[in-house]
Design a protein around this ligand. Structure first.
Ligand SMILES: *Cc1c(COP(=O)(O)O)cnc(C)c1O
Length: 354
């Protein structure tokens, strides 16, 4: 029998899609994925959960009621305004499945907005950021009028550039769009700006994405959308049943209980971000960009080479050269990890320049 050609069998929009490959290069110092270097939950408090581990034969609570209650209490919102996802990635998929395209987002930004649009066969438009990595408001407003996007995704602070978009511009977009504006606040906990949560009651066309991933619990794959109860109700129709497994539900609740620990870790990371920014600024041939997130984007003269040399020192960064020319992204690690990164970068630059 002739072999099946699965590539040809796939829908056209899937054929032209590339899988999201998170390169897992084994390195001692992992500063590539914007994870927290700290886990906020002591091991013993996880393994003492007898009622969890004695009922693994049962499906989890499909509505994750306890977790929603905990988030609602923490953020002073109603449980009905929360939709939980297997990472915010899943919620991005649900949003596009629910409302369809066109989808509009700036570029460079988080790649899932584009990947999910394409995978679901929906058109999307990417509008380049300006030279300060802020929103090109003229082009965006023009496009809103022209293509009438169902969904606009704005990551603020933005990944991979690290800055918050000007809130004035975000307001203009919210006011102009007749449809939905999603503010992705994955990095909000690290930002000096307030975020858009307080505005939900005044604006029904915005919704906010948050996640446990960047604050110490990436492994549990739990993110959530906060929005008008009617919006949540629609998106909830496309959510797969039992999408948050029992272990994730329990650990996320534990995370909220340990909020003080999470906040103390965030404080350390912000302090380290400031120090690292100063160190990078002082290096000849390195141009870091100010960041409100748990990572710093910086330019060097030969990003590919620096990226590879750092791996030889056991330090893994994210190579963004194909997206932002000459740019690498470093996640803020522990003070010790950051020291090794800076030391290795110095040695790398010396060896290139000599
Ligand atoms: C990391 C990241 C996410 C993904 O979060 P998960 O909850 O882990 O899926 C969402 N948005 C942005 C901008 C991110 O950088």
């Amino acid at each position: 029998m002739k072999d099946l050609n699965f590539y040809n069998l796939a829908r056209n929009n899937i054929q032209s899609l590339h899988a999201y490959i998170a390169k897992e290069i084994p390195c001692k110092i992992k500063l590539d994925a914007n994870e927290s270097p700290y886990c906020p939950i002591p091991l013993k408090s996880i393994f003492s959960k007898e009622d969890l581990f004695s009922t693994l034969n049962r499906y989890p609570d499909p509505e994750a009621k306890e977790l929603k209650k905990a988030i609602a209490k923490d953020l002073r919102i109603t449980p009905e305004s929360i939709l939980l996802g297997n990472g915010s990635d899943e919620i991005i998929n649900c949003l596009i499945t629910t409302f369809g395209g066109p989808v509009l987002h700036p570029i460079p930004t988080f790649v899932m907005y584009a990947i999910a649009s394409q995978a679901l066969g929906q058109s999307h438009m990417a509008i380049p950021l300006d030279s300060a990595f802020d929103l090109d408001i003229e082009s965006i407003l023009k496009s809103i009028k022209k293509i009438k996007p169902k969904l606009i995704f704005l990551s603020s602070p933005n990944n991979p550039t690290g800055n918050c978009f000007s809130s004035e511009k975000i307001f203009k977009i919210i006011d102009t769009s007749k449809n939905i504006v999603i503010i992705d606040e994955a990095y909000q906990p690290f930002s000096s700006q307030k975020g858009f949560l307080p505005l939900l009651k005044d604006y029904h066309n915005i919704a906010i994405l948050r996640t446990f991933s960047k604050i110490g619990l990436a492994a549990i794959r739990t993110g959530f959308l906060i929005g008008h109860e009617d919006l949540i109700k629609e998106v909830n129709k496309t959510r797969l049943p039992y999408n948050i497994n029992a272990i994730s539900q329990a650990i996320a609740i534990e995370g909220i209980k340990n909020k003080k620990i999470i906040n103390s870790h965030i404080k350390v990371i912000i302090k380290e971000r400031k120090r690292l920014y100063g160190e990078l600024s002082n290096l000849k041939g390195v141009q870091p960009f100010p960041s409100e997130a748990n990572f710093i984007l910086f330019k060097v003269s030969d990003a590919e080479l620096v990226y590879k040399k750092l791996i030889e020192y056991g330090v893994l960064l994210r190579n963004l050269n194909t997206i932002v020319k000459d740019a690498l992204r470093v996640t803020i690690g522990t003070p010790e990890e950051n020291n090794i990164f800076i030391q290795s970068l110095k040695l790398t630059l010396d060896s290139i320049n000599s």
